[in-house]
Write a protein that binds this ligand. Structure first.
Ligand SMILES: *Cc1c(COP(=O)(O)O)cnc(C)c1O
Length: 371
C-alpha cells in the first residue's frame, strides 16, 4: 500500500480540517506535485513582479481560466481586435452565455480604447504583437488607464515571452502564455500559464482548482526541458526572422511585411521602446494575386511545413485572412491597397536562414506562375 511521508500526511490532514492547503505540499494529485511546482516556480522567476504562476492544460485553457477568474455576469470585457481567434470565439460563446459582454477595439488606437471604457468594464485582454497582423499595442499606456479605473489587464504574452517583454513591469496584471509555443519549443506538448502578483495569483489558483485544471508531471517535465533552451532558441529565431523579413521587404511581389522587429514595419517604435527581444513569428502580404495563387506559394515550400502552431524547432507557414475575423479595425490595413489582402504568416524555426530564403524563392516562383 502506498504511504505518504508522515509530515506530509499530517499536513494533508490538517489541511482537510481547515479546508486550506499551501502550494508546495502534497495534498491531492489535482493540486500538483514537485515537477509541476518546479515549472511554475521557474516561470514565476522569469516574470519580474510575479508572485506565482498557474499552469493550465493549454494556452486556451489559460485564457479561459483567467477570464473566468476576473469576470462575472454583467461585466464588460474589452478585447484587442487582433486577439488570437479562439479568444474571440470564447468571448462570443462561453462569456456571452455567462452574461459577460465583449467589445473589441483597434489595437493601434489608444484613444479608441479609452473611449470604449465604461462603468461595467472589468477586464481588458491584450495581445502584443497580436496574432496574424502583428500590431504592437501601447501596453503601458493602456494598462495605466485601466489601473486608474480598477480594471484588470491581461496580456497574452505568447509572442515575446517574459524574456522579450516583461509584462508585469510594464503595468500588466496577469501575463498569459501558451507554453505550447516557445517554452515547450519542440511541438510535442500543450500547456498554458498565467503569472500574476500575489492577490491575483491566489484568485487564479483557487479558480483553477475549482475548474479542475491540472497538467501532468510528464508534460511539465517536457516544458521544463524546453525552458532550458528557450533563450538561445529565441535569439536564433529572432536573428533569422529579421534576415528573412528584410529579404522579403526587398521582393517586388511583397506589398507589406508585418514584423515589428523590422525598422519601418508597423509597431517598430513601440517594439524598440518596450521589448528586449523578439521571436520568429511574423507575417507578410502579397502584392495582389488570388487566394489560389497564395495556395500555390505555400504548396511550393518544402522546408516550411503548413501549420497553425509556432515556436517550435521547425519553420511553418500558414495563410492569413484577417478580414474574416476582425470587427473593429480595417483589413487591408490603413494605407494598403484593397487588392493587397492575401497574407502569409511565417514561424521561423531553427533551420539555416539561407535555406529558408531559398525555399521562399520557390514559393514566389510558383506564385508568379499562378497569378
Ligand atoms: C497558440 C496560441 C494560444 C493558444 O495556445 P494552445 O496551447 O494552442 O491552446 C494562445 N495565444 C496565442 C497568441 C497563440 O498563438
Amino acid at each position: 500500500m502506498a504511504r505518504f511521508h508522515p509530515p506530509l500526511s499530517r499536513h494533508g490532514i490538517a489541511s482537510l480540517c481547515t479546508g486550506r492547503n499551501e502550494d508546495g505540499r502534497f495534498y491531492y494529485g489535482r493540486r500538483g506535485s514537485p515537477t509541476q511546482w518546479a515549472l511554475a516556480e521557474a516561470l514565476t522567476q522569469i516574470e519580474p513582479g510575479a508572485a506565482g504562476t498557474v499552469l493550465y492544460p493549454s494556452g486556451v485553457a489559460a485564457i479561459a481560466g483567467v477570464l473566468l477568474s476576473v469576470l462575472k455576469p454583467g461585466d464588460v470585457l474589452l478585447m484587442t481586435d487582433n486577439a488570437y481567434d479562439p479568444s474571440r470565439v470564447m468571448a462570443r460563446g462561453l462569456l456571452k452565455d455567462f452574461g459577460v459582454e465583449t467589445r473589441w477595439f483597434d489595437p493601434t488606437d489608444t484613444a479608441a480604447f479609452e473611449a470604449a471604457l465604461c462603468e461595467r468594464t472589468a477586464a481588458v485582454l491584450l495581445e502584443s504583437p497580436g496574432s496574424l497582423t502583428m500590431e504592437v499595442q501601447d501596453v503601458p499606456a493602456i494598462c495605466a488607464m485601466a489601473r486608474a479605473r480598477g480594471i484588470v489587464t491581461i496580456l497574452d504574452n505568447t509572442w515575446a515571452s517574459p524574456l522579450g517583454f516583461a509584462a508585469l513591469s510594464h503595468g500588466v496584471d496577469i501575463s498569459v502564455m501558451s507554453l505550447t509555443k516557445h517554452v515547450g519549443g519542440h511541438s510535442d506538448v500543450m500547456m498554458g500559464s498565467a503569472s500574476a502578483s500575489e492577490a491575483l495569483y491566489q484568485k487564479l489558483r483557487r479558480r483553477a482548482q475549482m475548474l479542475g485544471q491540472v497538467v501532468s508531471p510528464d508534460d511539465a517535465a517536457l516544458v521544463l526541458r524546453g525552458l532550458r533552451t528557450m533563450a538561445i532558441r529565441l535569439e536564433r529565431e529572432t536573428a533569422s526572422a529579421i534576415a528573412i523579413a528584410r529579404w522579403l521587404e526587398g521582393r517586388p511581389e511583397v506589398a507589406r511585411v508585418l514584423c515589428p522587429m523590422l525598422p519601418g514595419s508597423p509597431g517598430h517604435e513601440l517594439w524598440l521602446r518596450d521589448f528586449t527581444g523578439g521571436c520568429g513569428l511574423f507575417s507578410f502580404v502579397l502584392k495582389g494575386g488570388t487566394s489560389a495563387a497564395r495556395d500555390a506559394f505555400i504548396d511550393a515550400l518544402s522546408l516550411f511545413g503548413i501549420g497553425y502552431s509556432w515556436g517550435g524547432f521547425e519553420s511553418l507557414a500558414t495563410p492569413v485572412d484577417p478580414a474574416t475575423i476582425r470587427t473593429a479595425s480595417l483589413w487591408p490595413l490603413p494605407g494598403m491597397d484593397e487588392a493587397d489582402r492575401f497574407g502569409i504568416r511565417l514561424a521561423i524555426g531553427l533551420e539555416d536562414a539561407g535555406d529558408l530564403i531559398a525555399d521562399l524563392e520557390a514559393g514566389f516562383e510558383a506564385w508568379r506562375g499562378y497569378r
